[in-house]
Design a protein around this ligand. Structure first.
Ligand SMILES: Nc1ncnc2c1ncn2[C@@H]1O[C@H](COP(=O)(O)OP(=O)(O)OP(=O)(O)O)[C@@H](O)[C@H]1O
Length: 627
């Protein structure tokens, strides 16, 4: 009975009509470009078509996704369609979680995981088919994969590649791979009506809350998926909605709220896929991680704020900034595409149609605006020269030069830019090179501070550890350490370990979800370092600061003579300590600081700030000059 329903549903998808053509093209061409509207069935069907055909071999069909939530949820869906347990015929592999077995034939994985597999086996001999899904998203990892595959097909003529995208950039993908095989799949499952705001909304959060309440009160049953920019906004909107829930008319339907953002533990993200109790509407507050590939059962309405948080790196100053920017037309279409998957849907856009016309067609590929430290490190390990590597969109030379310089400074590359043993060890760790360097420095016999550094790195890997904007207490101030934020983080964690209750977190202004996630990351990082047998003992603060300086020496700054600001040591840029830092209002400001990140708003602010070990900074900068 279930099998019959599934069969019928699969046959009803627009892509089904193209099955024969797709298989024929894959058979005759090494690279196929497949373009199709959202919901046409690309993600769930193409790998199954191959599996069911005579093209199938005893090797794997790999299908990549830019995000882990998509890889997991789509794998589960395909396993369901094949009526098989997840992890057997259909599996997935994402960072820190591998659900595959000897029997696995279709493997969903994040593109980051496929890069990790390339580090070990550059010709990816376990695969006979590689499907790159959502290629239009152009994440850094997708772009590296595209470049690696371009190289790979010259070495393996037995591998077939399918590039899948929802947009008309097909021609560019085809040119990049010198392929003439483009298939366009027309049609979508169900129509989605688009309703635009009549006038521009001055505040996207207010507009979102009003929009949610209106849809809830005025529209028939069906869940609502809402796009916001980040964890903090999601938590704020969640709190407002829960307050408003008490004021709802008694005759109206109830609602539940769940969240979906990258820093939320997987099992909580997956809650969005569970159906709400009877007569209750599910409202899912998500970032753009819910933008592509996902089918969230029950969702009939999408509310699109029209904005996204974008990370940009400036190689001239070495600073990274996070800004809320308008989304692209392609992203708006993807967001709308999350409705209309099980039945007709509506997308409420909190921007006018004129606004939409002014959006860029696509957002700029991430690789052209990111710190390339990790990219250069990974390419070096696979054996590519980043300066000659064929990127689909080449980052400016300065991005590669800066990353190479940084890696040399960190000791990952030698004077001739060859990868060092330290560099190889750094690449094994699932954190950016600077943090990997700090973790490895903590193992040095004269520092021996791995226990504490693990905690600090884990806490730096989560967002919004403390609530700053609320009237309640804030853990940073309660556990303030005069040496700065990193040791304050450590103290917070140590205190939390003694008392992990919800109420303790609340009275200490601590975000429980974030600290629990940090604890999980800490455990996983500890696993990676296990082979070095670290002495897991507490270390003096001085050692911890020395260790941090070894990674953050490029992010160091001196206090100005009048004590009002700092200037970065490398580029003489003026920076200010962010008000959330414990060093913001301190009476005696350190002469020299290191910092974890820069936030550019009205001024250039630095966050995650600590007193620096100047001796170490000086010696590191010295080595950089002599190289
Ligand atoms: N978990 C699910 N539950 C119910 N239906 C699903 C599920 N996953 C997929 N579907 C159905 O299969 C259709 C095709 O989904 P699929 O993800 O393959 O499309 P797609 O073309 O890859 O779209 P997109 O690019 O938007 O991800 C959906 O529109 C929906 O009708």
């Amino acid at each position: 009975m279930v099998k019959g329903i599934i069969k019928k549903q699969r046959k009803s998808l627009p892509i089904y009509k193209y099955k024969h053509k797709i298989l024929e093209t894959i058979n005759k061409s090494q690279v196929t470009i497949l373009i199709g509207e959202t919901g046409s069935g690309k993600t769930t069907q193409v790998a199954q078509y191959i599996l069911e055909s005579s093209l199938n071999s005893d090797k794997l069909i790999g299908i990549t996704q830019p995000r882990r939530i998509a890889a997991i949820s789509v794998a589960k869906r395909v396993a369901y369609e094949r009526q098989s347990e997840i992890g057997s015929l259909i599996g997935y592999s994402v960072r820190f979680e591998n659900k595959t077995s000897e029997n696995t034939k279709i493997k969903f994985l994040t593109d980051g995981m496929l890069i990790r597999e390339s580090l070990i086996d550059p010709i990816l001999r376990n695969y006979s088919f590689l499907i790159i899904d959502e290629a239009h998203e152009r994440t850094t990892n997708t772009d590296i994969i595209l470049g690696l595959i371009r190289e790979l097909i010259t070495q393996r003529n037995d591998i077939k590649v399918i590039i899948m995208s929802a947009t008309i950039e097909a021609q560019r993908f085809a040119e990049f791979f010198s392929s003439r095989e483009i298939i366009e799949v027309h049609g979508r499952t169900f129509p989605v009506k688009i309703l635009n705001a009549a006038v521009p909304e001055p505040d996207h959060i207010d507009a979102t809350v009003i929009g949610i309440v209106q849809v809830h009160l005025d529209y028939p049953a069906g869940d609502i998926l809402v796009f916001l920019t980040g964890q903090e906004e999601i938590e704020d909107v969640q709190a407002i909605l829960l307050r408003k829930r008490k004021l709802l008319p008694t005759n109206s339907m109830d609602f539940t709220v769940c969240a979906m953002y990258a820093a939320l533990p997987s099992h909580l993200q997956m809650k969005a896929f569970e159906s709400a109790p009877e007569n209750t509407r599910k409202i899912i507050l998500a970032t753009n991680i819910a933008e592509t590939s996902l089918t969230i059962p029950g969702v009939k309405y999408v509310i699109d704020s029209g904005v996204v948080k974008e990370r940009n790196y400036d190689p001239r100053t070495g600073m990274e900034s996070l800004k809320i920017v308008k989304i692209s037309k392609a992203a708006a279409k993807q967001r709308a595409g999350r409705a209309g998957r099980e039945s007709e849907g509506i997308c409420f856009r909190l921007f006018t149609s004129e606004d939409f016309n002014g959006f860029e067609d696509y957002s700029k590929p991430e690789i052209t605006r990111s710190n390339l430290g990790n990219v250069v490190l990974q390419l070096k390990i696979i054996g590519h020269d980043p300066r000659l590597f064929k990127f689909m969109d080449r980052p400016d030379d300065i991005y590669i030069e800066k990353a190479t310089q940084e890696l040399r400074g960190l000791g990952a590359l030698d004077g001739e830019e060859k990868i060092t043993l330290l560099g190889r060890k750094m690449a094994e760790l699932p954190v950016p090179p600077v943090l990997a360097r700090i973790l490895l420095a903590s193992l040095e016999p004269q520092l021996q501070c791995t226990k504490d550094i693990l905690t600090i790195i884990a806490l730096l890997s989560v967002e919004n550890l403390c609530y700053f904007n609320r009237k309640e207490a804030n853990a940073m101030q309660i556990f303030k350490c005069s040496e700065g934020d990193h040791l304050t983080f450590l103290k917070i964690y140590q205190e939390w370990r003694k008392n992990k209750t919800k109420s303790w977190c609340k009275t200490h202004g601590l975000n429980r979800i974030s600290i629990k996630r940090a604890s999980m990351i800490r455990k996983q990082l500890r696993q990676y370092l296990k082979k070095y047998n670290p002495a897991l003992v507490h270390a003096p603060n001085e050692n911890i600061l020395k260790c941090l300086a070894k990674g953050y020496y490029m992010n160091s700054a001196f206090l100005s003579a009048d004590g009002t600001h700092y200037r970065t040591i490398k580029d003489r840029e003026i920076i200010h300590i962010h008000p959330t830092s414990v060093l913001f209002q301190t009476r005696k400001k350190p002469q020299c600081i290191i910092f974890s990140e820069v936030i550019i708003t009205t001024k250039k602010y630095v966050r995650g700030v600590s007193e620096a070990d100047y001796g170490i900074i000086q010696s590191f900068l010295g080595t950089l000059k002599t190289k």
